[in-house]
Ligand binder design. Structure first.
Ligand SMILES: [Zn+2]
Length: 128
């Protein structure tokens, strides 16, 4: 039984489309790695120098650091998803939904080349 009986299946990806998405993934990966490198500076422990840094600006610094950390975690997570997508390309599993195994629409992958779920499964998991 197909999981989405009313849906028109997306066509499977052509080799040329996979190449294009792979290029996008690799580019994004480089970009994120560079981003992580440059944000290293922002996540050093906040200096607790009471004399030069007032209480308010210390809180500021801590908040900024927490934001930088959250950003970094997001970037790291995205990097992991990109790595997984690249692995799936290598094992020829790329472009199929991990849940229903239907092909994922090329337009969706162009917007999110690291997507591992089709739109239906994605929205189902978000509404769950
Ligand atoms: Zn699906």
């Amino acid at each position: 039984m197909p999981r989405h009986p009313d849906r028109m299946s997306a066509p499977e990806l052509k080799p040329q489309q996979i190449l294009q998405l792979r290029g996008a993934l690799e580019e994004k990966r480089q970009q994120l790695k560079a981003q992580l490198k440059s944000s290293d500076l922002d996540t050093k422990p906040v200096a607790l120098d009471q004399q030069s840094v007032g209480r308010v600006s210390r809180i500021d610094a801590i908040q900024q650091q927490q934001m930088a950390l959250a950003n970094q975690q997001q970037t790291t997570q995205l990097l992991k998803r990109i790595d997984l997508a690249l692995q799936r390309i290598d094992s020829a599993e790329y472009g199929c939904c991990l849940q229903c195994e239907e092909p994922i629409a090329f337009a969706r992958l162009q917007a999110q080349p690291f997507a591992s779920l089709c739109l239906d499964c994605q929205s189902a998991s978000e509404n769950a």
